[in-house]
Design a protein around this ligand. Structure first.
Ligand SMILES: NC(=O)c1ccc[n+]([C@@H]2O[C@H](COP(=O)([O-])OP(=O)(O)OC[C@H]3O[C@@H](n4cnc5c(N)ncnc54)[C@H](OP(=O)(O)O)[C@@H]3O)[C@@H](O)[C@H]2O)c1
Length: 318
């Protein structure tokens, strides 16, 4: 099969399109013929060897990146009962030892696979799980967001952020969104959020303060930096803050607030929970740009620039 492979970790220029063997589905796995793969922010860290170093892994080259995608089931391990051949599915798994989704096929544990909920096209399905799960875990499991509470979401036009604003609104919270650029503000407004500030504008902090004169009950930070640091002070006494690991945040604060770092952790229960929100037809993912697998170097260069929502690659089969 065709795959984008690395022969060593490094920059986007290390990707090469090559023929490699199709992975085999083990007894608890399915083989998916992929139509699209997400190109996600954490893929850049993996490409540079960040996870291999952090987790003390011995990478095997050629190495295939990609943790999310969508396609059709073409083979099923003998212990997998919940799928049939031809099912349209989406998957999110992390550091898959069989190889990732920047390829024509991926073999993945059935617990990391789910039927695509009706409202989603395959393109959108390929990109929604990683960011959707991370947003949902932050809001429900970590922040325990309640109906009627106020939540500040920083990075609201990014992958995790634009999922979080939609989910928080569905949970009945009042959302104050801090997006990036005019395009980011437009996207978040189109998603139905009224209180949106451009966090890249000069007086962003003052604009946000004016929207929440009494502070907020909770905050989800999907970006770090100076603004994030300043925004910690807007969280009310005994309020809660969550941020996914990877966000650079100095959590030293004298304020009486609870600050928690967490991981998205794809697994069956939260995938099912997210699928139920998607089925409500009120949650969608914005695809900023689609590349082809052969353009993977350009897709990874785009990861380092500004865009709203998600990037994906389309996978043509020979
Ligand atoms: N541990 C986990 O399980 C896990 C899972 C998913 C994600 N993460 C981490 O979570 C973070 C977010 O992931 P993501 O995929 O959502 O990344 P992303 O798509 O890059 O989103 C971050 C967003 O924050 C924006 N931003 C940065 N500074 C801002 C500011 N001052 N005001 C307004 N917006 C600002 C960025 O805009 P610009 O275009 O201007 O930069 C971008 O839109 C990353 O650090 C990622 O590694 C961790």
């Amino acid at each position: 099969m065709k795959a984008a492979v690395l022969h060593r970790f490094g920059g986007p220029e290390e990707f090469q399109i090559e023929q490699v063997p199709v992975p085999q589905a083990a007894s608890n796995e399915v083989l998916i013929k992929l139509q699209y793969s997400a190109v996600s922010t954490w893929d850049a860290f993996e490409r540079q060897g960040g996870y291999a170093e952090m987790l003390g892994m011995q990478p095997i080259f050629p190495y295939i990146l990609g943790s999310e995608g969508a396609g059709t089931i073409v083979d099923i391990g003998k212990d997998v009962a919940e799928f049939k051949l031809g099912d349209s599915v989406y998957t999110a798994s992390f550091l898959n030892a069989n190889g990732g989704t920047y390829a024509e096929y991926v073999a993945v544990g059935a617990e990391y696979v789910s039927l695509i909920p009706k409202p989603l096209g395959m393109k959108e399905a390929s990109a929604i799980l990683g960011v959707g799960i991370t947003a949902l875990r932050g809001l429900e499991n970590v922040l325990n967001l309640q109906k009627g509470e106020t939540i500040l979401i920083l990075g609201a036009s990014g992958g995790v952020g634009h999922m979080a604003v939609q989910l928080a609104k569905l949970m009945g919270a009042e959302v104050i969104a801090v997006a990036s650029g005019d395009d980011g503000v437009n996207l978040v407004q189109q998603l139905g959020i009224e209180k949106v500030v451009n966090g890249r504008s000069e007086n962003a902090l003052e604009q946000i303060k004016a929207l929440v004169p009494h502070g907020v009950d909770s905050a989800l930070f999907t970006a770090g930096g100076k603004l994030a640091q300043d925004l910690l002070e807007l969280v009310r006494n005994e309020g809660r803050v969550a941020y996914p690991n990877g966000v650079q945040l100095d959590v030293n604060t004298t304020a009486n607030i609870k600050v928690s770092a967490y991981n998205g952790e794809p697994e069956g229960e939260i995938m099912a929970r997210l699928s139920r929100y998607i089925e409500s037809e009120a949650v969608t993912v914005h695809i900023a740009k689609k590349f082809q697998l052969e353009e993977i170097q350009a897709a990874h260069k785009a990861l380092a620039g500004h865009y709203s929502g998600k990037l994906i690659v389309g996978i043509d089969h020979e």
